[in-house]
Design a protein around this ligand. Structure first.
Ligand code: NAD
Length: 696
């Protein structure tokens, strides 16, 4: 290892040696770091002048975990277990000085030390299951020896991240040091006794507590296979043989690392980092936000107000009149009330947050807002009227945003004298819970306005993705095609409950017809009515949903929709619906045929990816991974499948195209194969590898 370029340095403080990592930004355990650590321990263990060793990641840091990029590359020695074994084998006391994140492999290194000192900003946890793997360097064996089996199952199984004080309270770190944690570690290291967890026994535990922890972890896991594996391997630690436990852990880790689920989760991990990179924003500085306003305090407006108040912003909640404003703040109170009831918020916190939201019918209040989000009715007339009035009262430089789901953002912006300040902020219901935020860039949106929207998204803890302006933007545009094809499947022979069952078997929390019933069938109905005049006559139109609405079946809220609901809200397939479907088939002379669950899954995945390809080629979506993020964070697409574009790549684009051609036969105009899909198939490329502007 070249001493000059190694990210690991040795510093001497008398008899204490500091192994100092400097591998920005977070000291990820890349090959060079692993090699550097190994070399450092080899040298220091053999050096008689060294009496104790401290591992430090520098101010505000420790080791944030594995280098996730390397997980997609061929394995390259030395591996982390070797490094951890070298630390474990060292005869001198070793202390971890944890000034920042000690996660995953970083936590495993800390566990191999004899003592762990944390700074107040430390974050500690074995978070591997979040990426579909388990700790692979002794974490599942050392943690139960330190904290007991139940605690280890809970921490590893749920991938929990503990703050310094929480970690100290359960004994994961020995002390929290205010001030310079490295200096404290150097000071204390010579007096620390050797305490090898590898030589310790797992403390006797309470079987009921272990079972309860395992049940909680399995529930939170939502089917991530790594969680069951982690529980299994942690329990094996209790059998006492450390080496055997390590071997079992490593074998499970290696198998999981190559699993489709782990690859999908890694893809999403990188997708999240990629999503923030937006062309044209270099040098753009987000405008400062302190006071914001929401116009329209209905379902969405109330949720948006909560999301903003949670982010510490002062929110004016503007309604049509005083009564509507009071109804709006009542919705906000209700949203917080539910959190209090669920034990997620204290009464005092609720009071503090509620105090930030001020209901009003006075438009003059909008004059002091740094950003305004309009969430009134989905109607172009209503929206342009609001933006015209807003233009007159908003202060210069205020960001003017709309939560529209489908409408033309350029037309809304044109109602103002400042289209550069207009942007789409498309939240998803419930707005204070759902992670996705579609930031819609209109033709004239200024870079710093877009930057402000993205900064607001981060501040609210949302996953923001940037979309171009088109009907339905990224998410609803693709969702509309998905829904249309689900209805074609029904008209061609599948029962709605069969379609839903196939989607749920694929991993969706809820099938598309159940989702429609939950949201209410009237909204989509109104939209179909609005568009009736402009619809392509060659596009196949399924009228079954119209028949349902005309019979007063608006979904759950009326006790009937695609399904029947009893008083307790339990759904069942309804013969009335089957009859409506049978009539629709007869009217069109369709002889119903059977669709298997895989038929349904492949068809719906293919049409989503095909529409995604069209959105990519048009520049509506910047990259395929943004579409994946939209669907896993906003539409219940299973994370373990990585999103529709990733899943299409996994299915194979040749196969996807074949399925799209069949879907085109079924759907007619509007369902044509995307030229980009055809081109990728021709070149043997994938969506994941595609970049805007690189096509021939
Ligand atoms: P909603 O009917 O529940 O609420 C609209 C509110 O706006 C009402 O309280 C109404 O009094 C108020 N309002 C109407 N005109 C106003 C005006 N001129 N000034 C002040 N207030 C006015 O509707 P919603 O479901 O909350 O939808 C609001 C917007 O959010 C729509 O554009 C919709 O497309 C979009 N959206 C909805 C969802 C959803 O799932 N409901 C999801 C994403 C986006």
């Amino acid at each position: 290892m070249d001493a000059v370029t190694s990210p690991v340095r040795i510093e001497r403080h008398g008899g204490v040696a500091v192994v100092a990592l400097d591998h920005p930004p977070v000291n990820a355990l890349s090959r060079a770091v692993r090699q550097g650590l190994l070399d450092a321990f080899a040298a220091l263990c053999a050096d008689p002048s060294v009496i104790a060793i401290v591992i430090s990641g520098g101010p505000g840091r420790f080791i944030a975990g594995a280098d996730i990029r390397e997980m997609n590359l061929p394995p390259d020695a030395p591996f982390l277990p070797e490094v951890v074994a070298a630390i474990d084998a060292c005869a001198k006391p070793v202390v971890a000085a944890i000034a920042g994140a000690a996660l995953g492999g970083g936590c495993e290194i800390a566990l191999a030390c004899d003592a762990r000192l944390a700074g107040p900003k430390a974050l500690v946890g074995l978070t591997e299951t979040r990426l579909g793997i388990i700790p692979g360097a002794g974490g599942t064996q050392r943690l139960p020896r330190l904290l007991g089996t139940a605690q280890a199952i809970s921490l590893i199984g749920e991938g929990r991240v503990l703050k310094a004080e929480e970690a100290r309270a359960i004994g994961l770190v020995d002390a929290v040091v205010e001030g310079d944690v490295l200096a404290a570690a150097i000071d204390r290291a010579p007096a620390i006794a050797k305490r090898r967890l590898s030589a310790a026994a797992v403390p006797a535990g309470d079987a009921a507590a272990e079972d309860a922890a395992a049940a909680r972890a399995r529930k939170a896991a939502k089917g991530v296979p790594a969680v069951a594996e982690a529980i299994h391997v942690i329990r094996a630690a209790g059998e006492g043989d450390f080496a055997a436990g390590l071997a079992a852990e490593r074998a499970a880790f290696l198998a999981l690392r190559e699993s489709a689920e782990a690859k999908a989760l890694r893809h999403l991990f990188f997708a999240e980092r990629e999503a923030g990179k937006v062309p044209g924003l270099q040098g753009a500085v987000a405008r400062p936000l302190a006071r914001v306003a929401v116009i329209g305090a209905g379902t969405m407006g109330a949720g948006i107000a909560v999301a903003m108040a949670d982010a510490g912003l002062e929110v004016a909640l503007v309604e049509r009149d005083a009564d509507a404003a009071q109804a709006g703040i009542a919705r906000v109170r209700d949203l917080y009330g539910r959190q209090v009831k669920g034990g997620r918020l204290s009464e005092a916190q609720m009071a503090e947050k509620l105090a930030r939201v001020a209901p009003t019918a006075d438009w003059a209040q909008l004059g002091s807002a740094d950003l305004v989000v309009e969430a009134a009715f989905e109607d172009m007339g209503v929206k342009t009227d609001i933006f015209r009035r807003l233009d007159a009262v908003a202060r210069p430089g205020a960001v003017l945003a709309t939560n529209t789901s489908y409408l033309d953002l350029d037309a809304i912006a044109a109602a103002t004298s400042r289209p550069q300040d207009v942007v789409g902020l498309h939240f998803f219901a419930p707005a204070n819970v759902m992670k996705l935020l579609e930031v819609v860039r209109a033709a004239r949106t200024a870079p710093d306005v877009l930057a402000t929207a993205l900064a607001l998204g981060r501040r609210m803890g949302k996953q923001a993705i940037v979309a171009g302006n088109c009907d339905g933007f990224i998410g609803n545009r693709i969702y509309a095609v998905y829904r249309r094809h689900a209805e074609y499947l029904v008209e061609d022979g599948a029962a709605p409950e069969e379609v839903d069952a196939a989607l749920e078997a694929y991993g969706f929390a809820m099938g598309i017809f159940s989702v429609s019933d939950m949201s209410g069938l009237d909204i989509a109905y109104a939209m179909r009515q609005r568009r009736a005049a402009t619809r392509d006559p060659n596009e196949r139109y399924v009228a079954i949903a119209d028949r349902l609405v005309e019979q007063g079946r608006l979904g759950r809220k009326t006790g009937a929709g695609w399904y029947a609901y009893d008083a307790a809200g339990t759904k069942s397939a309804d013969p009335v619906v089957a009859e409506i479907i049978a009539v629709a088939r007869t009217e069109k002379g369709i002889a119903p045929r059977a669709f298997s669950a895989p038929d349904i899954q492949r068809r719906l995945l293919a049409v989503m990816a095909n529409e995604g390809a069209k959105a990519l080629a048009e520049g509506i979506a910047l990259r395929a991974s943004d579409i994946d993020l939209a669907f896993v964070n906003g539409y219940g697409f299973p994370r373990l499948k990585g999103g529709p574009m990733w899943a299409a790549d996994a299915m194979g684009l040749t196969e996807v195209l074949r399925e799209v051609e069949a879907a085109h036969q079924a759907g007619g105009a509007g369902s044509e194969p995307a030229p980009l899909l055809v081109e990728l198939v021709r070149k043997g490329c994938t969506f994941a590898g595609w970049r805007q502007g690189e096509e021939e």
